[in-house]
Every structure is written in C-alpha cells, then in structure tokens.
Design a protein. Structure first.
Length: 295
C-alpha cells in the first residue's frame, strides 16, 4: 500500500497528543490540514482511526493498533536524524533523558552542568516521569537513557544498568510538630499511628514502602499520596504528617528531622539505564562516560 509518510507523521502527532490543535502546533501546519490528512489516511486504510467529539479525541481500537506500530518507526527515524546531526565531534545533536523530578534536582544537575560545558551545542531534552514510567519511555525509544530508582518492577533483563549512587529512604517530621519522635528509635508499628505522606502508586518508592510494611505484617494506609517529594516535604514542614522521602532530599530542610527506625531499612540504588537491544547515540555515550569517570 503506497501511503505518504507525512500522513503517518500527522497521525502520530494527533494520536500521541489526542488533540488536532496541538498536533497542528507541533507540525507547524493548519488544523484543517491536520484534519484532512487524517481523513485521507483513514480513507486509504479503510477504517476510522479516531473517535471525535466536541470535547475530546480518542483512538479507535484500529487507531491504537496502528500507533503501536507507528511509534517505534517514528522514534527510529528521529534517532537516525539525531545521529546524523552529531557529525563534527558533537557540534550538534540531541541528548534525551528520562528521569524523575527528584533525581533531576538532587543528582543530575552537576552532571548536566558539566555536560553542557563540554558540549554546548548538543540539545538536552529531559522528560520528567516516575521511575516506573521512565522504563516505558526507554522501551518505546522516546529517550536515549533513563536515570531511575532501583529496584524497579518494570525492568527486566533488557536494560543495561550502571549504578550511580546508593541511598536510604527515611521518614521525616517537623521538629515543632512531632518532637516526641526525635532522638529515639521508632517502630513501623508506631509510625502506622501517624499520618503518612508519600509518593503515589505509580512510583518505585510507593512499591518499596508497601513491601516494608507487608514484611512486618502491617497495613499501610497513607494520609496523602502525591507525585512530588518537594511538596511532601513542604507538607511535613507544616505538620500534616510524616513524609517518606530519600534521605538526600533533606539537605536544605532544617525544620525537619529524619526519624530513626527500629527496623532496618534496606538501601536502594539510582541507576542509569540504556536499552540493551539498541545502540545509543554519541551524545548519550558521552553523557554515560561522565558517570564512569566518577566510579
């Protein structure tokens, strides 16, 4: 079937944004041109790809099937374009990283600063997602590498891993609101009696803490679940509860203290992962080498 690649590209942008207007903006063409391209593709394929209403756009089952095949092809084309742009000793090109907000803020900034000084013409694109969703970004080819917490239930044997750091998670509380918990050992059973503030269920941290409570045969019922460690710390500061966060997040929070647990809290790791079945770009290789130099 002879179908112009541009029709598939338009379909991809509409399918990933679920918005004809946003696809128009990304492609720098009119919304009517986007709509016409989709209609042309639907006619050539003989099936509707979208369910349109006045308020929303959704993929049909046929549209979802097509997207699963189109997305890897689009990403491969983009990777090829990126590789070509790197000609001239990284005088251009693109570095695409998937990472959580917390990892970006507390761990990656020095490396990004160093990399930008070495290769100022390389465009750095960072996609912030949970550690679990970062694996999906890597598998779909939307990023060159991810920096994620580990263990990670989404990871199998497909990724190549490099350990960046090791850390402990802690419960932290406000000195003015929970002085009775400072300077002594506190059991998870006692923690259970206080409001617990933690990351939501789409995070490795949430998985980890639920496993800890199950190990002690305790039930974990969080008071608040959010997608930001920084907001959790802000809420803990005003006394809304005990925040469960990586210990390295506490460096600038003098009003908070880490609670010493009676149980041993296993350490976790931050790892840099690349897709094991695909070669990475030169821009990505140079970024990985920054961490190898620190070992």
């Amino acid at each position: 079937m002879d179908i112009n690649y541009e029709l598939y590209k338009v379909f991809y942008h509409v399918a990933t944004t679920l918005s004809f207007s946003e696809a128009s903006r990304q492609l720098y063409i009119s919304q009517s041109a986007v709509s016409q391209s989709v209609k042309t593709l639907e006619k050539k394929l003989g099936t509707p790809l979208f369910i349109r209403s006045t308020k929303s756009v959704q993929l049909t089952p046929e549209g979802e099937t097509l997207l699963r095949h189109i997305e890897p092809a689009i990403q491969l084309i983009r990777q090829g374009e990126s590789n070509l742009m790197e000609a001239g000793s990284l005088g251009g090109g693109q570095l695409r990283i998937g990472a959580t907000d917390t990892i970006c803020r507390y761990l990656l900034i020095p490396y990004l600063n160093q990399y930008h000084k070495l290769y100022p013409k390389v465009h750095i694109r960072i996609i912030n997602q949970t550690s679990l969703k970062c694996v999906d970004l890597l598998e779909s080819g939307q990023v060159d590498l991810i920096v994620t917490n580990y263990p990670n239930s989404r990871m199998g044997n497909r990724e190549q891993l490099q350990v960046i750091s090791e850390f402990h998670d802690v419960f932290t509380a406000s000195r003015s609101h929970y002085p009775q918990l400072e300077n002594r050992r506190v059991s998870l059973k006692e923690i259970q009696n206080y409001p617990i503030l933690m990351l939501d269920r789409h995070s490795t941290t949430n998985e980890f803490l639920h496993q800890m409570f199950r190990k002690e045969q305790l039930e974990l019922i969080p008071e608040i679940e959010l997608d930001s460690n920084d907001v959790l710390l802000d809420l803990a500061t005003i006394g809304l509860g005990l925040a469960f966060v990586p210990e390295y997040c506490l460096t600038d929070h003098e009003k908070l203290f880490p609670i010493t647990l009676a149980e041993e809290m296993p350490s976790r790791k931050v790892v840099l992962a690349t897709a094991g079945n695909a070669s990475i770009t030169q821009a990505a290789r140079e970024f990985v080498q920054l961490f190898e130099q620190d070992e």
